[in-house]
Structures are given as structure tokens and as C-alpha cells.
Write a protein that binds this ligand. Structure first.
Ligand code: HEC
Length: 239
């Protein structure tokens, strides 16, 4: 959790800053008037685009062609799109794609890597936990998109998967994915699918970080054949 914790702290500041800039209460979902996204949106209001059409490519196009307002509207309807991959990330993405191309991976090895690094948050072929999205046919099996999602989890983040912190009256600040909140309680889900419920009267503030609950750098310590195996396992046809 350390890696996640430290990236969360930075992200949190960013998230709070953005929320302050947007002038809204972080805890409440806002109903803003529809805003047309011109250009890539084809003149349609963003909410008129069927969710299935909001592919990674379409989301990038919308964000690239849009104003601050379009980004904000996208965030309300879908989640956050931030097109600021660092040069380092782009280089890593290329390196991983090159590794994938220069040999074939063994999915029997990949499943071991998956169980170690991913299963605490993802389900795939019946294995793992439901914290992030299930990875059966993730991103249409597009290897480039899958590698991008792993190397740069914060590029495209659906709002239901934002890391969220809950500030409690005793000063504790547990973090996870917000499962639900109502008058009585706030529920967070963490790695391994562990859920924790906090009585509403103890909750001072709910703070969405605006970044993914998925940590960066997950592939950093893997050997080349482990990376190939993991990717082979992720794109393997369903059995
Ligand atoms: C701490 C939890 C966590 C871990 C560990 C984790 N992920 Fe994720 N992952 C998420 C969350 C949350 C999302 C959704 C938000 C996003 O796209 O970043 C996600 C998104 C993804 C996506 C995009 C899926 C889609 O449909 O958009 C892929 C692919 C992915 N993860 C692969 C992996 C792989 C491979 C590993 C292991 C190397 C891994 N993840 C480890 C939480 C996790």
C-alpha cells in the first residue's frame, strides 16, 4: 500500500485543488447543464454519446479537442481524462510493447504474475477480486491499450474507480474506492475486496483524489519473460 499511499497524497492535493477550482462540494455529485462537446463529439452533448462509444480513442479525441468545460463535463458523465503522459511513461510503454513483440509469452507463467500483482484488484476468468474492473476481454483485447492502461493508470479513469479518502473525526484517513454513502454510513472497498463501513457521524469529509486506485509502476520489477507471460494471459481468448 505504500506506493499507493504516497501517490495518493500528491493526487489528493491535486484533487482538492481541482475541486476548489471547480467551486463545488467534493462530496456531492453535481447536476450541471448539458454542455456540447464540439469537434470529436460530433456536436453531440457528451451525455448523448452512448457509453459503449466512449472508447479510449474517443475519450482522448474529446479531451484533446475540448476546453476545460468539456473536460469537466466528461468527468461528471464518465471520469477523468488526462493526456499528460510523461516522456518516461511513453518510453516505458514502448519498451513493454517491444518486449511483447520480441517473443511469445507463456500464459502459464502469466497467471502467476497476475495472481501476485493484479488479482487483489481484478477478476479474470473467475480468479481474483472485484475492486477494479474485471479484465475478461479488457479493452477489446487491444494490446496497445492494455499496456497503456497498466503503465499510465491515470490517463483514463472512470469516476467509480477514483481513489477516495475518508477523513474521520479521530484523524484517521482510510482510502479505497467509494462503494456507497448515505445518511447512515460510508463504505470503502480496498485491495483484496475488503470493505469497511464508517458511521456517517464520524465522517468529516469524503475526498475523491481524482486519480485511479490502480498504482503506477506495477511492471517495474518484472523480468522480460514475466511481462510477456502476463500480457499473453491478459489477451488469451476466453476458454
Ligand atoms: C490496487 C488495485 C489495483 C491493482 C493492484 C491493479 N489494478 Fe488495474 N485497475 C484498477 C482500477 C481501480 C482500475 C480502473 C481505473 C483505471 O482505469 O485506472 C484499473 C484498470 C485496469 C485496466 C483498464 C481496464 C478497463 O477496462 O479500462 C487494465 C488493463 C488493468 N487495470 C490491468 C491491471 C494489471 C495487469 C494489473 C497487475 C499487473 C493491475 N491492473 C493491478 C485497480 C488495480
Amino acid at each position: 500500500m505504500n506506493r499507493l499511499g504516497s501517490s495518493f497524497a500528491g493526487a489528493l492535493l491535486l484533487g482538492v485543488g481541482l475541486i476548489a477550482a471547480a467551486g463545488c462540494d467534493p462530496g456531492r455529485s453535481q447536476a450541471a447543464p448539458p454542455l456540447p462537446a464540439k469537434g470529436a463529439g460530433g456536436g453531440l452533448p457528451i451525455e448523448a454519446i452512448p457509453p459503449g462509444d466512449l472508447t479510449p480513442r474517443r475519450l482522448r479525441e474529446l479531451a484533446a479537442s475540448g476546453s476545460e468545460q468539456v473536460l469537466r463535463r466528461l468527468e461528471e458523465v464518465w471520469g477523468r481524462v488526462s493526456l499528460q503522459a510523461t516522456g518516461e511513461m511513453e518510453a516505458l510503454r514502448q519498451r513493454i510493447l517491444d518486449i511483447a513483440r520480441t517473443g511469445s509469452g507463456r500464459s502459464e507463467q502469466g497467471v502467476l504474475v497476475f495472481e501476485k500483482l493484479c488479482a487483489k484488484c481484478h477478476e479474470l476468468r473467475g480468479k481474483g477480486r472485484h475492486v477494479g474492473p474485471p479484465l475478461d476481454q479488457a479493452l477489446g483485447g487491444d494490446l496497445g491499450e492494455i499496456v497503456t492502461a497498466i503503465v499510465n493508470p491515470n490517463e483514463l479513469v472512470r469516476r467509480e474507480y477514483f481513489a477516495t479518502g475518508v477523513l474521520l473525526d479521530d484523524g484517521r484517513f482510510p482510502q479505497g474506492i467509494l462503494v456507497s454513502r448515505d445518511r447512515h454510513r460510508v463504505i470503502l472497498r480496498r485491495e483484496e475486496g475488503v470493505e469497511e463501513s464508517f458511521p456517517a457521524f464520524k465522517v468529516r469529509q469524503i475526498i475523491p483524489a481524482g486519480v485511479s486506485y490502480m498504482p503506477e509502476g506495477l511492471l517495474n520489477d518484472l523480468k522480460e519473460d514475466e511481462i510477456r507471460g502476463l500480457l499473453a494471459y491478459l489477451v488469451e481468448a476466453p476458454q
